[in-house]
Each structure stands twice: as structure tokens, then as C-alpha cells.
Design a protein around this ligand. Structure first.
Ligand code: KIV
Length: 269
């Protein structure tokens, strides 16, 4: 079993895989959430571009900027003593060319305090991954449903069901590993395809909607806490249903203030 006190690094990720031990990751965008996660022994914290939807209330992940994600990464990195902190590279921060990708990835480490970055895409982004890894920046890949390509695919449907798509994902997984990725997110693909990819790779696969055979799992923290109420994908498990509890607390506070029941003499100086 893992020593819960020791710092998780990209090397630790590979050791987990070699031992057959699962990796548990969640997202965070703020210091307090990251601190709670780190206290509980989470292995990795992704400062995901999902922040654009669940923090900023935007309809997609596309419009979040480098500056916004670096701001959130700095807050998370400040709290995470054990967990590996991964900064999610926003749409158009790495797609133009490898040079610009390198400059932006470097900002995540230098300004944000991240220890790795994540990029979406298959075999077409191999040259970029090679450039980042070759410069000493660890890269987590992300294939399957890639939310930054929502308009290309016309939605957030499952990927990898046709033979053509499954072949593309299989080939991409191997090429991304060979390019130097230390782990690979598999999002919303059939469980048997994720199992075959996970068996084939030396690096750990991190599933989200990719079944139980991945080497680790990740969820968006506001989803698993039942805080985000706009929609619930099938792959999300609610470990708490906080939205109704939080609303109940807000209602009680409002009633107490309006009814003159807060603060009490004990809560006053
Ligand atoms: O942005 C994000 O939170 C992600 C995870 C869901 C993998 O990319």
C-alpha cells in the first residue's frame, strides 16, 4: 500500500500502475477544496478547464483563459502538500504550435505551481507532447470525449463505439505513451475498450465514464458532491447531495436575519 504521507509525483503514478494500485483523482479550483482533498489522501488534483462550467457558469469549457486557470492553479498548489497538481491547458493554448504550447505549459509550472499539465487530443498532438516532455514538463494526455472539441462532434456523446474511432483511440493511446505522457485520461468510452488500452499501456489510465478497469478514476468535485445541479452524466456518482443542504442552510440564515434571530447575545460582543 502507498505511504499516505509521501509526496505523489509523476514517478509515483507509474509505480501505482506497476503495483496494480488504483489512483484516485478529483478536480479543484480553490485552496479550501484542495486542502480538504489533500488531507483525505487524494493522489492527484486536476485544476480542470471544467472550472469554466462549474465555477464560471459558462456553457462549455472553451472560453476559459490561461490567466484564469493559472490563478486557480496557484490557489490549489498552495494547499496541496501530497497530491500531484495538474494544470489543464485551456482551448487554444497548445493547439497553434509546439512553441506556444511550451510557453503556456511553462507558465503553469512557473506561475501556477503545477507539477504537470494536461492536454486533450490524440495522435495529432504527439509533436507537442514530445516538445513539452523534452523540456521537462510532465504531460497527462486526454482522449475519448474531449470537451474542447464539443462543436466538432456536436455534443458530449460517447466516443470509440465505431471500429474506426476505437482504432484511432487505441493508436493514439500508444503514441501518446511513446511521446512521454506519464498518464492518460480516458473519457466516456466503452469499458471494454478502456480495459484493452489500460492492459496495453505501461502508464496509468485515468477513467471518467470509462468503466472500472482503468488504473485510476477522476470526477469533477462539484459533480460528486452533488453541488452542480444543471445536469448529471450517467458516470457521475453522488457521494453527497450538498446542493439541497446548502440551500437549506442559506434559507435558515435568511429567515434568522429577517426574523431578528441572528446574531444572538452569545454571538455578539
Ligand atoms: O476539466 C476537467 O475537469 C477534466 C476532467 C473531467 C478530466 O478534464
Amino acid at each position: 500500500m502507498t505511504n499516505r504521507a509521501s509526496k505523489v509525483t509523476t514517478k509515483t503514478f507509474l509505480q501505482f500502475k506497476a503495483r496494480g494500485e488504483k489512483l484516485a483523482l478529483l478536480t479543484a479550483y480553490d485552496w479550501l477544496t484542495a486542502r480538504l482533498l489533500d488531507d483525505c489522501g487524494i493522489d492527484g488534483i486536476l485544476v480542470g478547464d471544467s472550472a469554466n462550467m462549474v465555477f464560471y457558469g459558462q456553457p462549455t469549457t472553451l472560453s476559459i483563459s490561461m490567466d484564469q486557470l493559472i490563478y486557480h492553479t496557484r490557489a490549489v498548489a498552495q494547499a496541496a502538500k501530497r497530491a500531484l497538481v495538474i494544470g489543464d491547458m485551456p482551448f487554444m493554448s497548445y493547439q497553434v504550435d509546439a512553441q506556444e504550447a511550451l510557453r503556456n505549459a511553462g507558465r503553469f509550472l512557473k506561475e501556477g505551481g503545477a507539477e504537470a499539465v494536461k492536454v486533450e487530443g490524440g495522435k495529432e498532438i504527439v509533436p507537442t507532447v514530445e516538445r513539452l516532455v523534452g523540456t521537462g514538463i510532465p504531460v497527462m494526455g486526454h482522449i475519448g470525449l474531449v470537451p474542447q472539441s464539443v462543436h466538432r462532434f456536436g455534443g458530449y456523446g460517447i466516443r470509440g463505439k465505431s471500429k474506426e474511432e476505437a482504432d484511432y483511440l487505441w493508436e493514439s493511446a500508444i503514441l501518446l505513451q511513446d511521446a512521454g505522457c506519464f498518464s492518460l485520461v480516458l473519457e466516456k468510452i466503452p469499458a471494454d475498450l478502456a480495459q484493452r488500452i489500460s492492459k496495453e499501456l505501461r502508464i496509468p489510465t485515468i477513467g471518467i465514464g470509462a468503466g472500472p478497469h482503468c488504473d485510476g478514476q477522476i470526477l469533477v468535485v462539484q459533480d460528486m458532491l452533488g453541488l452542480f445541479e444543471e445536469f448529471k452524466p450517467k458516470f457521475v456518482r453522488h457521494y453527497a447531495k450538498l446542493a439541497p443542504q446548502v440551500k437549506e442552510a442559506f434559507h435558515r440564515y435568511i429567515d434568522d436575519v429577517k426574523g431578528g434571530n441572528f446574531p444572538s447575545p452569545e454571538e455578539s460582543y
